[in-house]
Design a protein around this ligand. Structure first.
Ligand code: GLC
Length: 416
């Protein structure tokens, strides 16, 4: 198959393959590897110029506790997440699964077991879709850098890479997401044989969803550490650290609050994107303590308000306006107003062009009295303080009489 035919065939099945993913909205990224033992970021080997032989000693000393993936999956489920993506091999080159491509793997080294198999079991146990992250860049493989200059090395490295991807696509049952990372040092998808590699993945896993980091666009874009919607029609997933580091790093103390995570969920939902929020487990696999209260609060919020984000959402941009007290998400004729700066007893919203039939609190269903005039809608009798005590984001459900539209412009009189 030529390159264009390959892209066309992937595009042809895209809507079907990605239906669950678009509705899932929220996933957990897990960065776990030898670097957790050092606790100085997953780039520590490169940033501190640790020699390969010295770094490789971490393979023998890594002794994770029993089945930590169950802790991750339980917490992901509790937080309202629907899928997970685990680093099966990060840039350090250590493989977390039982691979025949290298001895530098979790079965032959310290852990003595297949950590990817445990992860997949945990995803199944908790009803989460399964994603594998795989770093193309490899600091440990002898050909990982010289493949850029030496043709024989490139061949060996591609055989290794394709062997790894083949194993990941065959050994663990259904794989839902293949999440490539850093395609250094080869400079084109042809040099990586990306389209052949991804065609193989699709043949082995017909429903698979592939990200855009093998130098091909594939199924979805991956804005990192920022939430910016892709162009309409293009799927995207924002991947975000929880505290500034992907790998376990106890000195990284700037944890996002539960409130901030809920705001992120609004931002992705408004742009029809997904949020992949990271945890970096400790060397033994335990989830850092800081993640628990935050994700538990998010989970309570999502279980009361999930309707505002799960399922098929519509784009907000260009249809609704920014407001000082909150932001919208949209689904068909329904608008969800995520009110995060609670105004007190009265809330006024300008510029709604669609008649509103009913307004209620999403979390309780209780109806709210309102008056709608030509350009102003006023809700009265609201409580003095935000009714959502935990994250301070109350969703007001607006049932419109048609597709919601709001128009304000910059002046106080609309100029057409
Ligand atoms: C970057 C980093 C990497 C991290 C990834 C997650 O590419 O190199 O450490 O795994 O982003 O998106």
């Amino acid at each position: 198959m030529n390159h264009q035919a390959y892209l066309d065939s992937a595009a042809a099945t895209r809507a079907e393959r990605m239906a669950w993913w678009h509705e899932a909205r929220f996933g957990m990224f897990v960065h776990w590897g030898l670097y957790a033992q050092l606790g100085r970021h997953e780039w520590v080997m490169n940033r501190e110029r640790i020699p390969v032989a010295e770094y490789a000693q971490l393979a023998a000393t890594w002794k994770p506790k029993e089945r930590p993936a169950r802790d991750w999956a339980r917490l992901a489920k509790e937080a309202g997440m629907q899928y997970m993506v685990l680093t099966t091999k990060h840039h350090e080159g250590f493989c977390l699964w039982d691979t025949a491509q290298t001895d530098y793997n979790a079965v032959r080294q310290g852990p003595g077991r297949d950590l990817v198999a445990e992860y997949v079991d945990a995803c199944h146990e908790f009803g989460l879709r399964v994603g594998f992250y795989y770093s193309l860049m490899d600091w440990h493989h002898p050909d990982g850098a010289r493949c850029a200059q030496d043709e024989a090395a490139r061949r060996r490295f591609l055989d290794f890479t394709q062997g790894c991807v083949r194993e990941l696509c065959t050994k663990y049952g259904q794989l839902d997401v293949l999440w490539y990372d850093v395609s250094w040092p080869l400079r084109s998808p042809e040099a990586w044989e990306s389209h052949e590699m991804n065609a193989m993945a699709r043949e082995l896993q017909p429903g698979i969803i592939i990200n855009n980091r093998s130098q091909l666009d594939e199924d979805f874009g991956t804005p990192e550490e920022h939430i910016n919607a892709a162009d309409e029609g293009r799927a995207w997933e924002a991947c975000m650290t929880f505290n500034g580091s992907w790998g376990y790093m106890p000195s990284a103390i700037d944890w996002h609050s539960g409130r901030r995570v809920v705001q992120m969920l609004q931002e992705v939902s408004a742009g029809q994107g997904n949020l992949l929020l990271n945890i970096g487990p400790k060397p033994d696999g335990a989830v850092p303590e800081e993640a628990y209260p935050r994700l538990e609060a998010v989970g309570r919020w999502v279980s009361a308000n999930g309707e505002a984000m799960f399922g098929q959402v519509d784009r907000v941009h260009g249809r609704m306006e920014w407001l000082p007290t909150g932001s919208w998400t949209l689904k068909g004729h329904t608008g969800y107003y995520w009110c995060q700066r609670w105004p007190g007893h009265t809330l006024a919203i300008g510029g709604l062009q669609t008649p509103v039939r009913r307004i209620s609190y999403l979390a309780t269903g209780a109806e709210i009295a309102f008056e709608q005039s030509e350009s102003r809608l006023v809700l009265r009798g609201l409580p003095a303080a935000n009714p959502d005590p935990e994250v301070g984001i109350t969703v007001l459900k607006f049932e419109f009489d048609g597709e919601p539209r709001q128009r304000l412009g910059a002046g106080c009189v609309l100029l057409d």
